[in-house]
Design a protein. Structure first.
Length: 217
């Protein structure tokens, strides 16, 4: 199944609330980006600030942690009742411990790989244990960056590891021009930020992206 998932990266709670409200009844799932000001220079809203808004949205929640030592964030994430917790492998002391802890919590677990990070930074077994692998098409931590085509080779490498049924997400700079390239490389989950939110009609943009990834021509 191919998925289009809008992403929210903001430090403004009002902006966050407006975006969540606009997604209700439109999409089944949203990714909320969490940056702690240490992993990257910017900092997003705190988990506790949007707990009730996210919980009451009716949306499935992916939390993407761009933070120092994600293991220490797991319990706070669980208060949001996320469907999936994704974190950057670059900041994990023990990726195996992070993956196991999230699995035991009942949430799905994802491993995110930054643009300049080689996929062999961890063993293939860690990827196979996870529910999904997220590959960044930009430097993690800030929105509005231009997509880097070199991520396509990394998508293909992870597809070789996971096989046909594995979930591979791509995030960062995704738009109507490059989304099919990502799909052809092996991605099946597409996280879209600016290109989605800049549309005059969010429903039309969502359907446009779905059509593009489902078009076999």
């Amino acid at each position: 199944m191919l998925e289009i998932i809008p992403t929210i990266l903001t430090s403004d709670l009002d902006d966050f609330s407006r975006k969540i409200e606009s997604l209700k009844g439109l999409v089944p799932r949203v990714q909320i980006d969490i940056v702690d000001g240490k992993f990257a220079l910017n900092k997003t809203i705190d988990l506790s600030a949007f707990k009730e808004i996210a919980y009451d949205s009716g949306l499935k929640i992916d939390l993407h942690l761009m933070v120092e030592e994600p293991f220490g964030w797991i319990n706070r994430c669980l208060e949001i009742v996320p469907d999936r917790i994704i974190a950057q492998i670059e900041k994990m002391k023990e990726p195996f411990d992070f993956v196991n802890e999230v699995i035991e919590s009942g949430a799905q677990v994802g491993l995110a790989v930054d643009l300049e990070t080689p996929v062999d930074i961890v063993s293939e077994d860690i990827y196979l244990l996870s529910d999904m692998v997220l590959l960044l098409g930009v430097k993690a931590g800030a929105g509005g960056q231009e997509f880097a085509p070199k991520v396509l080779d990394k998508i293909a490498k992870i597809r070789e590891i996971l096989g046909e049924s594995g979930k591979i997400g791509v995030d960062g700079g995704i738009n109507g021009k490059n989304i099919k390239d990502c799909r052809e490389a092996g991605a099946n989950i597409f996280y879209v930020g600016n290109y989605f939110w800049q549309a005059e009609d969010l429903g039309e943009r969502y359907n446009e992206l779905l059509s593009l990834v489902n078009d076999d021509r």
